[in-house]
Ligand binder design. Structure first.
Ligand SMILES: O=C(O)[C@H]1O[C@H](OP(=O)(O)OP(=O)(O)OC[C@H]2O[C@@H](n3ccc(=O)[nH]c3=O)[C@H](O)[C@@H]2O)[C@H](O)[C@@H](O)[C@@H]1O
Length: 436
């Protein structure tokens, strides 16, 4: 969202600074203006020259801007390093030492807590951007703190921060969940997707490839990579070259980038294609969340339908099932083979669908919410706009079952019941007490 801020400040700058005014002054004033303009010109030219020289010397010796520390950075120092080390200390001899990016996000919070509970060392990283209400991220952070997980506030594009973290802790694994999520928002702010999902990913992989030892990486791809693929259920072998949104295209690009870093540097990388993950502490930008909010407020909700009154459906997957898949991916990840930025041998490269295998029409999702909330929704059924959405998703999970033992067990009604219970407790103002 820092990106959003940057762009929105540009919106307030007028494109034409002012109208040209013809000069009606006398010759004397003319000459006087000429001399003052000349001296001003010289002054500005010298400033400009000095600036060019400054840029020249600094560009050849300093790292790219994203990796320089900015004035607002709040990390560093002895106390901070101590907190980082303490959080990353594992409590079982066989445990992992995991850096979780996007730790204050929906999936990040659940995965971090699950890892910490079983004795792994966990350090969180999150930039707390404003894509959705940051108070929810802060509430998740409190939950993480109570579980012993420290969340470093910083961006995955900040290479000096990432390098520092790897200096302080020898991470065995990185669970990379930081991303610009949301399919439809990509039309409003395309730059934020490139910034987080492409530039941020490359920056992270650059640091990982140079780390010694190199960590194994597990990261969040998306079911959206299947795009306009119509063969169901979606298998990892199916084509993924027809993304329907820029979001999907950046996730697909991420998968290709992962291939490159695996091939050149020997990084062990596992991509997980999540299918519409929902549950307590979820994302307010997702339909099940804002439908709940609007139904309770008596506001109308828009339910999309496919052409010819066709059904739009999603393979909604409950968060606890996704967490199990993430942990299994970390546990089965083989070590990276490179060191010091050099590959020593072939490394593991995997991609898995993590879905629920039973798509549910969006209309049915609304009916379940009506039942749980005991409120009738004001539905407006509209044709699905051409904004990146796809008609349906449906996961084939046989590969994840075989390799990870992944077996989702929560149906949509059971999962939504848990979500609604959490939602009512969190939004009733008893945020501190809201159940896990
Ligand atoms: O599976 C995935 O890969 C993706 O799942 C979700 O994307 P999406 O499935 O579009 O989830 P929602 O935005 O919650 O939409 C769910 C369904 O509700 C429908 N919808 C959405 C909004 C609305 O106003 N009305 C409506 O009918 C959508 O068309 C869609 O079928 C997440 O938002 C993405 O970050 C994630 O990567």
């Amino acid at each position: 969202m820092s990106q959003l801020k940057t762009l929105s400040h540009l919106d307030s700058v007028p494109s034409t600074p002012g109208k040209f005014k013809p000069d009606k002054s006398t010759p004397y004033v003319h000459r006087f203006r000429f001399y003052t303009s000349l001296s001003r010109l010289t002054l500005w030219s010298s400033f400009f020259l000095a600036f060019i020289i400054f840029c020249f010397f600094f560009s050849s010796s300093s790292p790219p801007p994203s990796s320089r520390r900015s004035l607002g950075d709040s990390w560093g120092g002895r106390d901070w390093e101590r907190r980082v080390s303490r959080s990353a200390r594992k409590h079982t001899s066989s445990g992992l030492t995991v850096l979780v990016t996007g730790a204050a996000g929906f999936v990040g919070t659940h995965v971090s807590i699950a890892l910490k509970r079983r004795g792994d060392g966990v350090l969180g990283l999150d930039n707390f951007n404003r894509y959705y209400d940051p108070s929810l991220k802060r509430a998740r952070q409190k939950l993480l703190e109570r579980s012993g997980v420290f969340v470093v506030e910083g961006d995955i594009n900040d290479s000096s921060l990432l390098k520092k973290l790897f200096e302080v802790v020898a991470f065995t694994h990185v669970m990379h969940l930081a991303a610009q999520a949301g399919v439809r928002f990509a039309m409003q702010n395309p730059g934020s997707y490139v910034h987080s999902n492409i530039a941020g990913l490359v920056n992270l992989l650059e640091v990982c490839k140079s780390a010694d030892p190199q960590p194994a990486i597990v990261w969040a791809s998306s079911s959206s990579v299947y795009g306009l693929n119509s063969k169901v259920p979606f298998s990892e072998k199916d084509r993924t070259d027809q993304p329907a949104s820029l979001y999907a295209a950046t996730k697909k690009a991420g998968e290709e980038i992962a291939h490159t870093y695996n091939h050149i540097y020997g990084l062990s990388i596992t991509g997980l294609r999540f299918f519409t993950v929902y549950g307590p502490w979820g994302r307010p930008d997702m339909a099940y969340y804002f439908f709940t909010k609007d139904i309770l407020k008596g506001k109308s909700i828009t339910v999309f339908e496919a052409p010819n009154h066709g059904t739009v459906a999603r393979d909604f997957t409950y968060i606890d099932d996704i967490v199990k898949g993430c942990l299994a991916a970390l546990d089965t990840a083989k070590k990276s083979t490179g060191s010091g930025g050099k590959k020593k041998g072939p490394a593991q490269l995997r991609v898995f669908n993590l879905g629920n295998t039973s798509p549910v029409p969006v209309g049915q999702l609304v009916s379940i919410l009506e039942k749980l909330l005991k409120v009738k929704a004001k539905r407006k059924v509209l044709p699905m706009p051409r904004n990146g959405d796809v008609k349906f998703t449906h996961a084939n999970i046989s590969s994840a079952y075989r390799e990870l033992g992944y077996k989702p067990t929560t149906d949509l009604e059971t999962g939504l019941k848990k979500f609604v219970r959490w939602y009512l407790s969190y939004h009733s103002g008893s945020k501190k007490k809201s159940s896990w």
